[in-house]
Design a protein. Structure first.
Length: 332
């Protein structure tokens, strides 16, 4: 968590957030604090999650927009963490003191665990693809509830708006690469068949496997985006679990057809868009490179190693995959 936000997150804020959902702060167990403070708790025998977010990250209206979209998906069978209203019937609650203000919401905790090594199978990749396909299909049918604002677009996300400034000035080539990819994105068409609200962050740390099915959570980064963004996340994060960088082409040949097979069973993305995946993959690396500079401003060996690897990876002449992803799924 950024130092300015951490300094405002007092014990009083934590206690007020817990009380808003009818529990004591002693019942909260910290699960994460990267973008928001996330705590686990149990109420009436039901495992839940409490998310406490600073307004600099998300406004209350934007959190309401996120939860409205999630409620639409879960109402139609998507296995996604369901929002939990407060005892007062609110989906979001704002708590604050003289030190600062935070927005609070809650979700059911999904069953299962993160996929084990034994579960990294073709079937998992098919289900991963099918999960995303189902969300994209249902997103096309989604209409906002009364009083709900439009969820932000990719180019309204703070990571986009401020990301370039987080890249050190000495990394001039990286900043130029940011500008090149940004211009290429702005030129892409937006149609209902290719563009809508996406999870954008469905990596293996944001889903569990239970009874063979994927149960996802952490929709905080959802936004209006090209559907390819979600597919690129499978390729970007999935390969880290099925081999090292020298094996990326082998990963693409074995896993990508399964992802696409599952995806196509739920949603019919125009196939020609697959040729643009190489535009989305480096953007994800570039965003993470900028983000680590914002989140970890103080130098350390781990951060320095991450920065070095990230800088080397952002090379316009180096494609992520040496094989054509569209070609690999030509018969599917």
């Amino acid at each position: 968590m950024e130092e300015t936000v951490a300094g405002q997150f007092t014990g009083e804020i934590r206690a007020a957030a817990a009380a808003a959902y009818g529990v004591s702060d002693t019942q909260l167990s910290l699960l994460g604090d990267f973008e928001s403070y996330v705590f686990g708790y149990e109420k009436h025998g039901r495992p839940c999650v409490l998310r406490i977010t600073h307004p600099s990250h998300r406004t209350a209206d934007q959190i309401e927009a996120e939860l409205d979209w999630v409620r639409h998906l879960t109402a139609h069978g998507v296995r996604l963490a369901r929002p939990v209203p407060s005892p007062a019937g609110s989906w979001t609650t704002t708590v604050g003191t003289g030190e600062g203000t935070f927005h609070v919401c809650s979700f059911e905790r999904v069953p299962g665990t993160h996929p084990t090594a034994e579960e990294w199978t073709p079937e998992l990749f098919r289900r991963w693809g099918a999960f995303l396909g189902a969300t994209h299909r249902l997103t096309r049918e989604y209409r906002r509830s009364p009083g709900i604002v439009r969820r932000l677009r990719w180019d309204e996300n703070p990571y986009w708006l401020r990301g370039r400034d987080w890249i050190p000035e000495e990394a001039e080539a990286t900043r130029r690469r940011w500008d090149e990819l940004a211009a290429a994105r702005r030129a892409l068409p937006e149609t209902p068949e290719t563009f809508g609200i996406c999870h954008t962050d469905l990596h293996p740390s944001n889903f569990h496997v239970h009874a063979g099915e994927i149960h996802a959570f952490d929709t905080d980064d959802c936004c209006h985006h090209w559907f390819l963004e979600d597919l690129s996340s499978v390729l970007f994060y999935g390969r880290r679990h099925v081999g090292s960088d020298p094996d990326v082409d082998a990963f693409a040949r074995t896993a990508w057809p399964e992802v696409w097979r599952g995806y196509r069973s739920e949603f019919d993305l125009p196939r020609e868009w697959l040729d643009r995946l190489e535009l989305f993959m480096p953007w994800r690396r570039l965003t993470l490179f900028a983000l680590v500079h914002m989140k970890f401003p103080h130098d350390g060996e781990v951060v320095q190693n991450w920065r070095r690897a990230g800088r080397e990876a952002i090379d316009p002449g180096r494609p992520v995959f040496g094989v054509g992803l569209r070609t690999l799924v030509a018969g599917i």
